[in-house]
Design a protein around this ligand. Sequence first.
Ligand code: HEC
Length: 125
Amino acid sequence: MTRHRLATASALLACSLALVAAAGSRWERVPAKDHARANPMAGQPGAAAAGELVYRDHCLACHKADARGDGRKRPSLRSDGLRKASDGDIEWFLRQGDLAHGMPSWSSLPAAQRWQVVAYLKSIQ
Ligand code: HEC
């Protein structure tokens, strides 16, 4: 293989790797340290109920009262993805949001409220 061909082949390989990474689910993109983070509210009585109130205030308008989304762009939050995601995955995503696709960032909410809403989401799977 000439040097040029080798360069082309490795450029193609890099491109396809990048595509595979982009196609990966959002939960696969969570940094390991965030993925492993435990919910400080786990096991606290009332955490999920408090999270339900946070949900009503901030999430219900888009994800709907039953958390099944609007059947269009706002996804259901009762899903395989949410069942499999760790608490840390979900809390990370809430901080990031995905503004380009219409999901706001919740980094300005107090951390305790983010973890409560994570407890709520886990409780309804
Ligand atoms: C303005 C509408 C809107 C509000 C308010 C909103 N979301 Fe979202 N949410 C979205 C959209 C749109 C997506 C899909 C984004 C995408 O496709 O990347 C999403 C995605 C998600 C996901 C990822 C679901 C998955 O399976 O990939 C979670 C979890 C989530 N939202 C939780 C919440 C929580 C918790 C709140 C309240 C704190 C909230 N959202 C408030 C619009 C909203």
